[in-house]
Structure formats: structure tokens, C-alpha cells
Design a protein around this ligand. Structure first.
Ligand code: SAM
Length: 291
């Protein structure tokens, strides 16, 4: 049998993300809108048939118009609700603006965002504006272009919540998963501060996830991994890990979460008080990775 290219089988233009262990996930590309090689990565914007516009960095799909809410609501609301009064919030990465947008939904939040690659912000504002929805122009938001690792080492603390919305541990993001980075995050947090980081796919990137959670356990007294679905990410099942100095993520009641959502008039399509609770029980195969 002759080997066939994906386009021969499916027809048309496709973007395939080839993962380790012989697995690839593809999206049908309707139009390649923009491509640039920045000092940090290759940046592409595609129009896709199923997910609308998509941001792709170094061939890895980062976010799409149609499913971004699943990821951004889960990386933001679980940690922001775990902290009773999140005001000073630091976002590392997150150049598409979906995380900043959700943080700004909290009336009391004063977010600072440190993104290494200005080109990601510019391209997303221009070609996928629905994700940031004007957040980069919100006067409450302070955006710094720089390396999150250096910023953490050089800047004083007092943050209530730090959200690490980074690319996977390759290229400029490698250090964002290492123990020294989490140590500097801990120093930058207030005594009751919380960090949350995307911790990749338990199905496809189990070893990277295990290492990251091990590193966080070295630094934070309370560490919990929780799960969500992000359909456009490889394997669909995604993990996030919270490191906390004082608050337990399951210590906040569903009633309190509901009150706070109502108080700030936060509309969600994925996150609810029940989803918050339901994200923490881990299937045995995930618990085994982290045991
Ligand atoms: N939700 C996405 C995911 O899990 O695939 C992450 C999206 S967001 C676009 C990731 C951002 O992290 C990118 O814009 C990238 O430029 C930024 N980034 C990577 N390394 C960084 C670093 N050392 N400091 C600050 N930002 C960084």
C-alpha cells in the first residue's frame, strides 16, 4: 500500500499537529491569513472550517475562536474564585488576550500581563479580535512586553493570583515550568497567594505534566490538578494545576461562587460552581501519573 498525504485522503488544505507517540490532530484550513517569524517563534493565523480563526505558534495550535472559552474560563475562574479577594493579578504569556479578558470581568481586579512576544498580541488583536474583546485597551490592564521568567525574578511581590497561560514547555516557555520559576512565583505572591498554570494533556504529555506538578509540589504547600475539555487541543482532555499558599480550591462553596459571578455579572459558557467542584476528582489514570 502506498503512503498517502493527509490532503490526498481528506482533500483541501489541512493543518496537522503531530504529537509524540504517533498521534496527530488536524483542522481543515479554509484560508491561511497571516504568517510571520518573530524573534521567538513562528506565528500563524488560520481560518478553519470547524473552529473559526485559530492562532498557531511553532505549529502548535494555541487557541481558536470557537472553543477558546473552554480553556480561558477554566484557567481564570477556578483560581480567581479560590481566592476570596483577588485584586493584584499577574498573567504570564496569554498573548491572545482571552485570559486578560476573563480577569477583567472581576470588577476589583488590576491585572498586569507579561507577554514575551508583542507580535502575538498585535496579530490576535488584528485577526482574532473576538478573543481579547478590547481588553488590551482597558485602562485597568497593564501590559508589559518581556520574558515572564526575568520579570518574576526582578519584580517585587504582593500578587494575589498569578496565571501562567504559556505555550507548552518548548522554546521560550521551557523555564516557565521549572522549579526556580515556581520559587520566584512564590516570592512574588502575597502570603495567601495562588498560582495556576496550564499543565498540558494527561493523555499525550503525561511525563511533562508529572514533572511540572512535581516541581510545583516542591514549592507550594497546597497543589491540586484539575481537568477540563478543550476540543481543539491534542486529545481534547486538558489539565491545569493550582499551587496555593493558604486557600483550598474546594474550600469555596458553590453558593459563594454563584454570588460572586452574579455580583460582577460574569457570563460563562463552560465554568459554573458545579463545574468548579467537578473538575477536581481525578480519573485513576491521571491520579496514577501524579502519584
Ligand atoms: N492557551 C495556550 C496553550 O495552552 O496552548 C497558550 C496561549 S498563549 C498564546 C501563550 C503565550 O505564552 C504566547 O503568546 C507566548 O509568546 C507566551 N510565552 C511563551 N514563553 C513566554 C515567556 N517566557 N514569558 C512570557 N510569555 C511567554
Amino acid at each position: 500500500m502506498t503512503e498517502m498525504a493527509p490532503a490526498d485522503v481528506f482533500g483541501g488544505d489541512w493543518h496537522f499537529e503531530i504529537e509524540r507517540e504517533g498521534f496527530a490532530q488536524g483542522v481543515r484550513v479554509l484560508e491561511r491569513i497571516f504568517r510571520v517569524t518573530t524573534p521567538f517563534q513562528t506565528l500563524e493565523i488560520f481560518d478553519t472550517k470547524t473552529f473559526g480563526r485559530a492562532l498557531v505558534l511553532d505549529d502548535a495550535l494555541q487557541t481558536t475562536e470557537r472553543d477558546e472559552f473552554t480553556y480561558h474560563e477554566m484557567i481564570v475562574h477556578v483560581s480567581m474564585m479560590t481566592h476570596p479577594t483577588p485584586r493584584r493579578v499577574l498573567i504570564i504569556g496569554g498573548g491572545d488576550g482571552g485570559t486578560l479578558r476573563r480577569v477583567l470581568e472581576y470588577a476589583s481586579a488590576e491585572p498586569v500581563q507579561v507577554e514575551i512576544d508583542r507580535a502575538v498580541i498585535d496579530a490576535c488583536k488584528r485577526y482574532i479580535p473576538s478573543i481579547s474583546a478590547g481588553s488590551f485597551d482597558n485602562p485597568r490592564a497593564q501590559v508589559v512586553i518581556g520574558d515572564g521568567v526575568e520579570h518574576m525574578h526582578a519584580n517585587a511581590g504582593g500578587f494575589d493570583v498569578v496565571i501562567v497561560d504559556s505555550t507548552d514547555p518548548v522554546g521560550p516557555a521551557v523555564q516557565l515550568f521549572a522549579t526556580p520559576f515556581y520559587q520566584s512565583v512564590a516570592r512574588s505572591l502575597a502570603d495567601d497567594g495562588i498560582v495556576v498554570a496550564q499543565s498540558s494533556s494527561p493523555l499525550i504529555m503525561a511525563e511533562a505534566m508529572r514533572q511540572q506538578v512535581t516541581n510545583m509540589r516542591e514549592v507550594f504547600p497546597i497543589v491540586h490538578t484539575y481537568l477540563g475539555l478543550v476540543p481543539a487541543y491534542p486529545g481534547g482532555l486538558w489539565s491545569y494545576t493550582i499551587g496555593s499558599k493558604r486557600y483550598e480550591p474546594l474550600g469555596v462553596s458553590p453558593e459563594t461562587i454563584a454570588e460572586r459571578l452574579a455580583r460582577d455579572r460574569i457570563q460563562t459558557r463552560y465554568y459554573t460552581p458545579e463545574v468548579h467542584r467537578g473538575a477536581f476528582p481525578l480519573p485513576p489514570f491521571v491520579a496514577d501519573i501524579l502519584a
